[in-house]
Design a protein around this ligand. Structure first.
Ligand code: 5AD
Ligand code: SF4
Length: 445
């Protein structure tokens, strides 16, 4: 008798952009694995390819167009291949202009519609097994490869409408998850061995709980739900490190700043500034000025003097003269940032900036300013990292190769040291003996 074996189907996911997208891709992995599909690193072996797209800058969208052409080519050899695009591009593409440039793609859907994947995929390929899912995509438990470090999305969308930013258009207005669902997920993660949780939200420190009755009576914070949430997460046994991104300076009130001293809080904060010039900040609709940002950094350092600080900066925004750019340079020096994600302004259709302002800084000048900041950042990072030489840092080990372990310190500095495979997924103490701009070397204690 001939035994029929079912063909194993494979998926390949490629993720562009931010950590929120990475977390969403983990949810899609979870859905696909529930449908008995297996992951493959090789797109040519896949039955389903999903591109989780980013729209923040034009270059990110261009990469999706390029990749999709390559993937659609694969259909010639494998006509059953299903190519999908999700993420911010379908999210912001209200008029379908972007979709036209992705001609041939089989499924094109905003992130929240990922719960429809089983139905749509099984319609396209009847050999695939549909499964039932709840309507809210946030209820899909992300499939994480690394159990020790996980993302936890607490908020979706954004109401802030910074004039340059496509996120509110692509991901909708702010929605906060219930406190109970966040705490349940965090406890679950802890019970599965999670040591580090990274909370995700577009303005993570504007988190508002719809069910505040789940805050403990003993919670010391009274005003800010995000500070309260941080305290609750600090009480969960097993979790060792709490990280969050990205906060907005406006909501860095005294309670959130105080929460930086909670025992499990990592020794790092990423606080986007975007520009050091108050007029540009106003034009960006950031709703704070240069002085407010500097004051906030001062307050943070007063509470936690050795905290590492990161930021996001856009150079060459509409109307940014050389003098205004120099305000960013001086702010950068004053803040002594450990790291900065510097971006050249990229006009995004649909945003207020695209409608109301002129993208008047040339490509070359944006590039020049970008290099000025990159050079400054490298100098400062090198100088700041020398302080760690001779000191001890705690490292959550996430890589191992050729007897060398790597991981992030609590300051989110990359650390390498001689170690064993067993160190993977554990937190170890490392004494630093050498430091470069982006890496510290040391020996395990
Ligand atoms: N052009 C360049 N950079 C941008 N960012 C957001 N929108 C744009 C844009 N239109 C940057 C901001 C933000 C980060 C996620 O991306 O610095 O903080
Ligand atoms: Fe975009 Fe501003 Fe919202 Fe951040 S706060 S996601 S930059 S609109």
């Amino acid at each position: 008798m001939k035994i029929m074996t079912k063909k194993q189907h494979f998926y390949h996911i490629i993720t562009f952009g931010c950590q929120m997208n990475k977390n969403d891709s983990e949810r899609m992995e979870s859905i696909l694995q529930s449908m008995d599909l297996k992951s493959t690193e090789m797109p040519e072996n896949a039955d389903i390819i999903i591109m989780n797209s980013c729209s923040v800058r034009e270059t990110a969208e261009r990469r999706v167009y390029g990749k999709s052409r390559n993937f659609l080519e694969l259909k010639k050899k494998n006509p059953n291949l299903i190519v999908c695009v999700t993420g911010c591009m379908p999210g912001r593409d209200k008029k379908g202009g972007l979709k036209k440039r992705l001609h041939g793609v089989d499924l094109y859907f905003p992130t929240r519609d990922m719960v429809m994947l089983p139905k749509w995929l099984s319609e396209l390929n009847p050999n695939l097994r549909p499964i039932d899912l709840e309507k809210d995509y946030l209820t899909v438990v992300p499939r994480t490869k690394n159990k020790a470090q996980t993302f936890l999305t607490i908020q979706t969308g954004c109401n802030h409408f910074c004039t340059y930013c496509v996120v509110p258009h692509a991901r909708g207005t702010e929605g906060n998850r219930s406190l109970k669902s966040i705490l349940d997920e965090a406890r679950d993660l802890a019970s599965q061995g999670c040591l580090e949780i990274t909370l995700l939200g577009q303005i993570v420190n504007h988190y508002i709980a719809s069910d505040p009755e789940f805050f403990s009576k003993t919670n010391p914070y009274k005003k800010n739900d995000f500070a309260k949430l941080l305290w609750e997460l600090n009480q969960i046994e097993g979790v060792e490190r709490i990280h969050w991104t990205a906060p907005h300076p406006m909501y860095m009130d005294d309670e959130v700043i105080d929460a930086l001293t909670l025992p499990k809080q990592i020794n790092f904060i990423h606080l986007p500034v975007q520009s050091g010039n108050s007029e540009i900040l106003e034009k960006m609709n950031r709703r704070h000025d240069r002085e407010f940002y500097l004051e906030t950094i001062k307050k943070i350092r007063a509470k936690k003097p050795d905290i590492a600080i990161g930021t996001d900066i856009i150079v060459g925004f509409c109307g940014e003269t050389e003098e205004k750019f120099q305000d960013t340079v001086t702010l950068f020096k004053e803040c002594d940032f450990d790291i900065s994600y510097n971006a050249k302004y990229s006009e995004r259709s649909g945003t207020v900036a695209a409608k109301a302002f002129t993208d008047d800084i040339s490509k070359e000048e944006k590039k020049r300013r970008w290099f000025v900041l990159q050079d400054l950042m490298v100098d400062i990072a090198y100088k700041k990292n020398q302080v760690y030489v001779g000191k001890q840092v705690s490292v959550l080990v996430d890589t191992y190769k050729n007897n060398t372990c790597g991981g992030n310190s609590s300051e989110m500095k990359r650390v390498n040291f001689p170690g064993k495979k067993e160190n993977l997924g554990t937190i170890v103490s490392v004494k630093i003996n050498r430091a470069a701009e982006w890496i510290l070397w040391g020996d395990m204690l």
